[in-house]
Design a protein around this ligand. Sequence first.
Ligand code: HPA
Length: 267
Amino acid sequence: MSKSADLASIIRDIAGDEPVRIGLILGSGLGHLAGAVEGVAIPYSELPGFPHAGVSGHNPNLVIGNLEGVRVAVFGGRAHYYESGNPAAMRLPLETLCELGADTVIATNAAGSLRADMPTGSIMCLTDHINFSGLNPLIGEQTDKRFVPMMDAYEPELRTALTSAAKGEKIEMFEGIYAWYSGPSFETPAEIRAIRTLGADAVGMSTVPEVILARFLGLRAAAISTITNMAAGMSDEKISHEHTKAMAPLGAAKLEVVLRRFLRDLK
Ligand code: HPA
């Protein structure tokens, strides 16, 4: 059996056989949603090969259960490239998600805003991304499957459903392009000017490798950023991980309402 099939069988033994429909990956400071799931939390440490997701503000559990009546797998912690130097660190968790039956993954993240009209506390549905890191989780993959098309990587149908969920809940949700910066240092103001010139609306240190992997694995993908700060040089606001964690709940509350409505409308 493959590693992911082994893991899926461990998870099913703990959480039951019902297939999962959707995977949710939670970003910094967004862990609250995992607690809302009626189900079982499995520490990553009990899942051999799962990454050590050690960033503070993340909770490295996989929670399997029901949210708004939909069977979900919530990744309370994600592994970032900057923790290990491995851009494919989320490959095994995503392969396991497929083994559990899911066909969709929604990634969330904390991000800096590059737009003066998109303040801290906003949420932004990703329409596309710019891989500013130049890294790719599929480097080294040997099969022709590696040539993954990235048109509509953030699936239009999912984006429409998320947008109508936000509208239904009267929550303003921006749309925009997310640039992946490797981290862990934050960007310089000059880098932010460059990224803005390239056409990005938000910047962060995650999500892009996961979406590339998701498309590679045949998962439908969508992603939402919570804006925790104006990016470097855009305001006098101090940028720090502490600030990210402190500000994440502003957007997280909106995000939770939108995701819950999205799941309810799926049924
Ligand atoms: N840059 C990169 N990642 C981030 C930021 C930022 O300004 N804010 C939250 N995550």
